[in-house]
Design a protein around this ligand. Sequence first.
Ligand code: ZN
Length: 353
Amino acid sequence: MNPHPLPTPGTPPEPAPLRKIAIEEHFWDPAKTSNDFAAMAQVSGVSEEFLEAALTRMRDFTTIRLDEMDASGIDVSVLSLTASGIEGMRDRDRAITAARHVNNFLAERIRESGGRYEGFASVPLQDTDAAIAELDRAVRDLGMRGVLVNGYVDIGDDEHAHYLDEPRFDAFWEALEELGVPLYLHPRPSSEVVRDALYRGRPELSGATWGFAPETATHALRLVFGGVFDRHPRAQLILGHMGETLPFFQWRIQRAFEYNPYDSRPSKRLQDYLADNIHVTTSGHFSSQALITALLTMGADRVLFATDYPYDVSTDAARWIEGAPISETDRRKIAHSNAEKLLGLSPATVSAS
Ligand code: ZN
Protein backbone atom coordinates (compact mmCIF):
# COMPACT_ATOMS: atom_id res chain seq x y z
CA MET A 1 0.00 0.00 0.00
CA ASN A 2 1.42 3.39 -0.99
CA PRO A 3 1.38 5.56 2.18
CA HIS A 4 1.04 8.79 0.15
CA PRO A 5 -1.36 7.94 -2.71
CA LEU A 6 -2.15 10.39 -5.49
CA PRO A 7 -5.82 11.06 -6.22
CA THR A 8 -7.29 8.40 -8.52
CA PRO A 9 -7.04 9.62 -12.13
CA GLY A 10 -10.10 10.02 -14.33
CA THR A 11 -10.88 7.66 -17.20
CA PRO A 12 -10.21 8.99 -20.71
CA PRO A 13 -12.84 8.50 -23.41
CA GLU A 14 -12.73 5.22 -25.30
CA PRO A 15 -10.98 5.66 -28.67
CA ALA A 16 -13.35 5.74 -31.63
CA PRO A 17 -13.36 2.45 -33.57
CA LEU A 18 -10.45 2.27 -36.00
CA ARG A 19 -11.86 2.15 -39.54
CA LYS A 20 -10.18 -0.77 -41.33
CA ILE A 21 -9.93 -1.68 -44.98
CA ALA A 22 -8.30 -5.09 -45.44
CA ILE A 23 -6.81 -5.63 -48.88
CA GLU A 24 -5.45 -9.20 -49.09
CA GLU A 25 -8.57 -11.25 -48.43
CA HIS A 26 -9.13 -14.33 -50.53
CA PHE A 27 -12.01 -16.23 -52.04
CA TRP A 28 -12.39 -19.49 -53.88
CA ASP A 29 -14.68 -19.60 -56.88
CA PRO A 30 -17.35 -22.13 -55.86
CA ALA A 31 -17.89 -23.10 -59.51
CA LYS A 32 -14.47 -24.74 -59.62
CA THR A 33 -13.28 -28.14 -58.45
CA SER A 34 -10.77 -28.11 -55.62
CA ASN A 35 -8.12 -30.23 -57.37
CA ASP A 36 -5.67 -27.41 -57.89
CA PHE A 37 -6.25 -26.16 -54.38
CA ALA A 38 -5.44 -29.56 -52.89
CA ALA A 39 -2.19 -29.71 -54.85
CA MET A 40 -1.23 -26.21 -53.75
CA ALA A 41 -2.06 -27.06 -50.18
CA GLN A 42 0.16 -30.09 -50.20
CA VAL A 43 3.20 -28.05 -51.13
CA SER A 44 2.27 -25.44 -48.54
CA GLY A 45 2.93 -27.79 -45.64
CA VAL A 46 -0.38 -27.29 -43.82
CA SER A 47 -2.73 -29.90 -42.38
CA GLU A 48 -5.88 -31.15 -44.10
CA GLU A 49 -7.91 -29.86 -41.18
CA PHE A 50 -6.54 -26.36 -41.75
CA LEU A 51 -7.26 -26.61 -45.47
CA GLU A 52 -10.81 -27.70 -44.94
CA ALA A 53 -11.46 -24.76 -42.63
CA ALA A 54 -9.80 -22.35 -45.08
CA LEU A 55 -11.81 -23.68 -48.01
CA THR A 56 -15.09 -23.39 -46.13
CA ARG A 57 -14.27 -19.80 -45.22
CA MET A 58 -13.12 -18.94 -48.73
CA ARG A 59 -16.35 -20.14 -50.32
CA ASP A 60 -18.50 -18.16 -47.91
CA PHE A 61 -19.56 -14.58 -48.59
CA THR A 62 -22.61 -14.14 -46.37
CA THR A 63 -21.92 -15.58 -42.93
CA ILE A 64 -18.47 -16.54 -41.62
CA ARG A 65 -16.58 -13.86 -43.55
CA LEU A 66 -18.88 -11.05 -42.42
CA ASP A 67 -18.90 -12.34 -38.82
CA GLU A 68 -15.10 -12.28 -38.77
CA MET A 69 -15.01 -8.82 -40.34
CA ASP A 70 -17.46 -7.56 -37.70
CA ALA A 71 -15.48 -9.16 -34.87
CA SER A 72 -12.34 -7.47 -36.22
CA GLY A 73 -13.89 -4.08 -36.97
CA ILE A 74 -13.07 -4.46 -40.67
CA ASP A 75 -15.36 -2.17 -42.64
CA VAL A 76 -14.31 -3.23 -46.14
CA SER A 77 -12.54 -6.33 -47.49
CA VAL A 78 -10.90 -6.12 -50.90
CA LEU A 79 -11.28 -9.67 -52.25
CA SER A 80 -9.04 -11.61 -54.61
CA LEU A 81 -8.93 -15.12 -56.08
CA THR A 82 -6.59 -17.36 -54.10
CA ALA A 83 -3.38 -18.87 -55.54
CA SER A 84 -2.57 -20.33 -57.94
CA GLY A 85 -5.48 -18.62 -59.61
CA ILE A 86 -5.58 -17.98 -63.31
CA GLU A 87 -1.76 -17.87 -63.42
CA GLY A 88 -1.58 -21.65 -62.87
CA MET A 89 -3.76 -22.49 -65.90
CA ARG A 90 -1.51 -23.46 -68.78
CA ASP A 91 -4.24 -23.44 -71.40
CA ARG A 92 -4.73 -19.98 -72.87
CA ASP A 93 -8.41 -20.35 -73.77
CA ARG A 94 -9.25 -21.87 -70.42
CA ALA A 95 -7.47 -19.00 -68.65
CA ILE A 96 -9.35 -16.37 -70.66
CA THR A 97 -12.75 -17.96 -69.94
CA ALA A 98 -11.94 -18.54 -66.27
CA ALA A 99 -10.77 -14.96 -65.64
CA ARG A 100 -13.95 -13.59 -67.13
CA HIS A 101 -16.08 -15.96 -65.09
CA VAL A 102 -14.22 -15.20 -61.84
CA ASN A 103 -14.47 -11.44 -62.34
CA ASN A 104 -18.20 -11.62 -63.06
CA PHE A 105 -18.68 -13.83 -60.02
CA LEU A 106 -16.73 -11.44 -57.78
CA ALA A 107 -18.57 -8.39 -59.14
CA GLU A 108 -21.84 -10.03 -58.16
CA ARG A 109 -20.63 -10.72 -54.60
CA ILE A 110 -19.44 -7.09 -54.34
CA ARG A 111 -22.78 -5.79 -55.57
CA GLU A 112 -24.70 -7.94 -53.07
CA SER A 113 -22.50 -6.90 -50.14
CA GLY A 114 -23.79 -3.35 -49.77
CA GLY A 115 -20.32 -1.80 -49.56
CA ARG A 116 -18.56 -4.44 -47.43
CA TYR A 117 -16.59 -5.91 -50.36
CA GLU A 118 -14.41 -4.50 -53.09
CA GLY A 119 -12.26 -6.52 -55.46
CA PHE A 120 -9.05 -7.09 -57.37
CA ALA A 121 -9.45 -8.49 -60.88
CA SER A 122 -7.99 -11.74 -62.17
CA VAL A 123 -6.45 -11.64 -65.65
CA PRO A 124 -5.29 -14.27 -68.20
CA LEU A 125 -1.63 -13.28 -68.61
CA GLN A 126 -1.12 -16.34 -70.81
CA ASP A 127 -2.24 -13.89 -73.56
CA THR A 128 -1.16 -10.29 -72.93
CA ASP A 129 -3.77 -8.74 -75.23
CA ALA A 130 -6.55 -10.77 -73.59
CA ALA A 131 -5.22 -9.79 -70.14
CA ILE A 132 -5.33 -6.10 -71.09
CA ALA A 133 -8.87 -6.43 -72.44
CA GLU A 134 -10.04 -8.24 -69.28
CA LEU A 135 -8.28 -5.73 -67.02
CA ASP A 136 -9.98 -2.89 -68.83
CA ARG A 137 -13.41 -4.55 -68.58
CA ALA A 138 -12.92 -5.49 -64.92
CA VAL A 139 -11.83 -1.99 -63.89
CA ARG A 140 -14.08 0.16 -66.08
CA ASP A 141 -17.22 -1.98 -66.25
CA LEU A 142 -17.10 -4.05 -63.05
CA GLY A 143 -15.42 -1.50 -60.74
CA MET A 144 -12.42 -3.61 -59.71
CA ARG A 145 -9.74 -1.63 -57.84
CA GLY A 146 -6.68 -3.17 -59.48
CA VAL A 147 -5.41 -6.64 -60.27
CA LEU A 148 -3.96 -9.40 -58.13
CA VAL A 149 -1.44 -11.71 -59.78
CA ASN A 150 -0.53 -14.97 -58.07
CA GLY A 151 3.19 -15.02 -58.88
CA TYR A 152 4.67 -16.35 -62.10
CA VAL A 153 2.54 -17.40 -65.06
CA ASP A 154 2.38 -20.87 -66.60
CA ILE A 155 2.00 -20.68 -70.37
CA GLY A 156 1.18 -23.66 -72.57
CA ASP A 157 3.75 -26.47 -72.71
CA ASP A 158 6.57 -24.12 -71.77
CA GLU A 159 8.10 -25.55 -68.62
CA HIS A 160 9.63 -22.21 -67.58
CA ALA A 161 7.86 -19.94 -65.15
CA HIS A 162 7.09 -16.56 -66.75
CA TYR A 163 7.84 -13.57 -64.52
CA LEU A 164 6.37 -10.15 -65.16
CA ASP A 165 9.66 -8.47 -66.14
CA GLU A 166 9.55 -10.26 -69.51
CA PRO A 167 9.06 -7.86 -72.46
CA ARG A 168 5.89 -9.74 -73.42
CA PHE A 169 4.18 -8.13 -70.39
CA ASP A 170 5.25 -4.53 -71.11
CA ALA A 171 1.93 -3.65 -72.73
CA PHE A 172 0.14 -4.93 -69.62
CA TRP A 173 2.18 -2.63 -67.36
CA GLU A 174 1.33 0.21 -69.72
CA ALA A 175 -2.37 -0.60 -69.40
CA LEU A 176 -2.06 -0.53 -65.59
CA GLU A 177 -0.42 2.89 -65.78
CA GLU A 178 -3.11 4.23 -68.06
CA LEU A 179 -5.92 2.93 -65.85
CA GLY A 180 -4.11 4.17 -62.73
CA VAL A 181 -4.63 0.92 -60.80
CA PRO A 182 -2.08 -1.13 -58.81
CA LEU A 183 -0.88 -4.70 -59.29
CA TYR A 184 -0.85 -6.85 -56.14
CA LEU A 185 1.88 -9.47 -56.50
CA HIS A 186 0.80 -12.43 -54.38
CA PRO A 187 2.85 -15.57 -53.64
CA ARG A 188 2.31 -18.94 -55.18
CA PRO A 189 4.43 -22.01 -54.45
CA SER A 190 7.75 -22.07 -56.30
CA SER A 191 8.01 -24.33 -59.35
CA GLU A 192 8.72 -28.01 -58.77
CA VAL A 193 12.34 -27.60 -59.88
CA VAL A 194 12.96 -24.95 -57.23
CA ARG A 195 11.08 -26.85 -54.54
CA ASP A 196 13.01 -30.01 -55.28
CA ALA A 197 16.34 -28.19 -55.13
CA LEU A 198 15.69 -26.18 -51.98
CA TYR A 199 13.11 -27.99 -49.90
CA ARG A 200 13.56 -31.71 -50.59
CA GLY A 201 12.93 -33.48 -47.30
CA ARG A 202 11.79 -30.24 -45.67
CA PRO A 203 8.37 -29.53 -47.29
CA GLU A 204 7.23 -27.64 -44.21
CA LEU A 205 9.56 -24.79 -45.24
CA SER A 206 8.31 -24.46 -48.82
CA GLY A 207 5.06 -22.57 -48.18
CA ALA A 208 4.03 -19.60 -46.06
CA THR A 209 6.64 -20.58 -43.45
CA TRP A 210 9.42 -19.39 -45.73
CA GLY A 211 9.28 -20.41 -49.42
CA PHE A 212 6.58 -17.92 -50.47
CA ALA A 213 8.71 -14.96 -49.35
CA PRO A 214 11.88 -15.61 -51.41
CA GLU A 215 9.75 -16.68 -54.40
CA THR A 216 7.79 -13.41 -54.36
CA ALA A 217 10.66 -11.15 -53.31
CA THR A 218 12.74 -12.50 -56.20
CA HIS A 219 9.88 -11.76 -58.57
CA ALA A 220 9.68 -8.20 -57.24
CA LEU A 221 13.46 -7.77 -57.63
CA ARG A 222 13.22 -9.03 -61.22
CA LEU A 223 10.75 -6.17 -61.83
CA VAL A 224 13.00 -3.57 -60.19
CA PHE A 225 16.34 -4.67 -61.69
CA GLY A 226 14.70 -5.65 -64.98
CA GLY A 227 13.75 -2.00 -65.44
CA VAL A 228 9.96 -2.39 -65.34
CA PHE A 229 9.58 0.76 -63.22
CA ASP A 230 11.98 2.71 -65.45
CA ARG A 231 9.83 1.81 -68.44
CA HIS A 232 6.61 2.33 -66.43
CA PRO A 233 7.37 4.96 -63.78
CA ARG A 234 3.73 5.37 -62.78
CA ALA A 235 3.17 1.64 -62.16
CA GLN A 236 2.34 0.72 -58.56
CA LEU A 237 3.12 -2.69 -57.09
CA ILE A 238 1.73 -4.05 -53.82
CA LEU A 239 3.56 -6.77 -51.88
CA GLY A 240 1.96 -8.63 -48.98
CA HIS A 241 3.51 -10.08 -45.83
CA MET A 242 5.26 -6.83 -44.93
CA GLY A 243 7.10 -6.70 -48.23
CA GLU A 244 8.24 -10.34 -48.44
CA THR A 245 11.49 -9.46 -46.54
CA LEU A 246 12.53 -6.61 -48.89
CA PRO A 247 12.26 -3.69 -46.41
CA PHE A 248 14.63 -5.57 -44.10
CA PHE A 249 17.05 -6.66 -46.82
CA GLN A 250 17.11 -3.69 -49.20
CA TRP A 251 20.44 -2.19 -48.13
CA ARG A 252 22.35 -5.45 -48.60
CA ILE A 253 20.68 -6.15 -51.93
CA GLN A 254 21.73 -2.78 -53.33
CA ARG A 255 25.24 -3.09 -51.89
CA ALA A 256 25.87 -6.49 -53.45
CA PHE A 257 24.23 -5.49 -56.73
CA GLU A 258 26.92 -2.85 -57.20
CA TYR A 259 29.58 -5.57 -57.50
CA ASN A 260 27.87 -7.29 -60.41
CA PRO A 261 29.70 -7.20 -63.75
CA TYR A 262 26.62 -7.10 -66.00
CA ASP A 263 25.46 -4.19 -68.11
CA SER A 264 21.81 -4.06 -67.18
CA ARG A 265 21.23 -1.41 -64.53
CA PRO A 266 18.10 0.43 -63.47
CA SER A 267 18.28 4.20 -63.17
CA LYS A 268 17.65 4.39 -59.41
CA ARG A 269 18.40 2.52 -56.19
CA LEU A 270 16.14 -0.20 -54.80
CA GLN A 271 15.33 2.16 -51.91
CA ASP A 272 13.96 4.68 -54.42
CA TYR A 273 11.73 2.14 -56.15
CA LEU A 274 10.43 1.10 -52.73
CA ALA A 275 9.56 4.76 -52.14
CA ASP A 276 8.13 5.48 -55.60
CA ASN A 277 6.54 2.29 -56.95
CA ILE A 278 6.00 -0.24 -54.17
CA HIS A 279 3.54 -0.62 -51.28
CA VAL A 280 3.54 -3.33 -48.64
CA THR A 281 0.72 -4.79 -46.58
CA THR A 282 0.50 -6.41 -43.16
CA SER A 283 -1.11 -9.61 -44.48
CA GLY A 284 -0.24 -12.62 -42.34
CA HIS A 285 2.59 -10.74 -40.61
CA PHE A 286 1.40 -9.12 -37.41
CA SER A 287 4.80 -8.23 -36.01
CA SER A 288 5.53 -4.77 -34.64
CA GLN A 289 9.26 -5.17 -35.28
CA ALA A 290 8.57 -5.95 -38.96
CA LEU A 291 6.07 -3.08 -39.19
CA ILE A 292 8.57 -0.58 -37.79
CA THR A 293 11.20 -1.78 -40.28
CA ALA A 294 8.70 -1.27 -43.12
CA LEU A 295 7.81 2.20 -41.79
CA LEU A 296 11.46 3.20 -41.48
CA THR A 297 12.19 1.97 -45.01
CA MET A 298 9.13 3.06 -46.95
CA GLY A 299 7.25 5.59 -44.85
CA ALA A 300 3.71 5.40 -43.48
CA ASP A 301 2.08 6.29 -46.82
CA ARG A 302 3.16 2.96 -48.32
CA VAL A 303 2.07 0.48 -45.65
CA LEU A 304 -1.50 -0.87 -45.80
CA PHE A 305 -3.58 -3.12 -43.59
CA ALA A 306 -4.46 -6.66 -44.70
CA THR A 307 -5.12 -9.93 -42.88
CA ASP A 308 -4.63 -12.75 -45.47
CA TYR A 309 -8.05 -14.19 -44.64
CA PRO A 310 -8.72 -17.10 -44.41
CA TYR A 311 -5.09 -18.23 -44.11
CA ASP A 312 -4.67 -16.07 -41.04
CA VAL A 313 -6.89 -14.80 -38.25
CA SER A 314 -8.57 -11.45 -38.87
CA THR A 315 -9.15 -10.70 -35.19
CA ASP A 316 -5.43 -11.19 -34.46
CA ALA A 317 -4.59 -8.73 -37.27
CA ALA A 318 -7.12 -6.20 -36.01
CA ARG A 319 -6.17 -6.30 -32.31
CA TRP A 320 -2.49 -6.01 -33.29
CA ILE A 321 -2.84 -2.92 -35.54
CA GLU A 322 -5.12 -1.28 -32.96
CA GLY A 323 -2.34 -1.55 -30.37
CA ALA A 324 0.84 -1.42 -32.46
CA PRO A 325 3.42 1.08 -31.05
CA ILE A 326 3.04 3.74 -33.77
CA SER A 327 1.46 7.18 -33.99
CA GLU A 328 -2.31 7.52 -34.38
CA THR A 329 -1.67 9.36 -37.66
CA ASP A 330 0.27 6.41 -39.05
CA ARG A 331 -2.23 3.90 -37.63
CA ARG A 332 -5.09 5.57 -39.50
CA LYS A 333 -3.10 5.76 -42.72
CA ILE A 334 -2.25 2.06 -42.50
CA ALA A 335 -5.70 0.95 -41.39
CA HIS A 336 -7.73 2.78 -44.04
CA SER A 337 -6.69 6.07 -45.61
CA ASN A 338 -3.78 4.71 -47.71
CA ALA A 339 -6.16 2.12 -49.20
CA GLU A 340 -8.76 4.79 -49.88
CA LYS A 341 -6.19 6.78 -51.86
CA LEU A 342 -4.44 3.93 -53.68
CA LEU A 343 -7.61 2.06 -54.61
CA GLY A 344 -9.88 5.07 -55.15
CA LEU A 345 -12.32 4.10 -52.37
CA SER A 346 -14.49 6.79 -50.86
CA PRO A 347 -13.70 7.64 -47.26
CA ALA A 348 -16.45 6.63 -44.83
CA THR A 349 -18.99 9.35 -44.29
CA VAL A 350 -18.84 8.67 -40.56
CA SER A 351 -15.25 7.88 -39.71
CA ALA A 352 -12.90 7.77 -36.79
CA SER A 353 -10.61 10.20 -38.57
ZN1 ZN B 1 -2.70 -14.25 -49.34
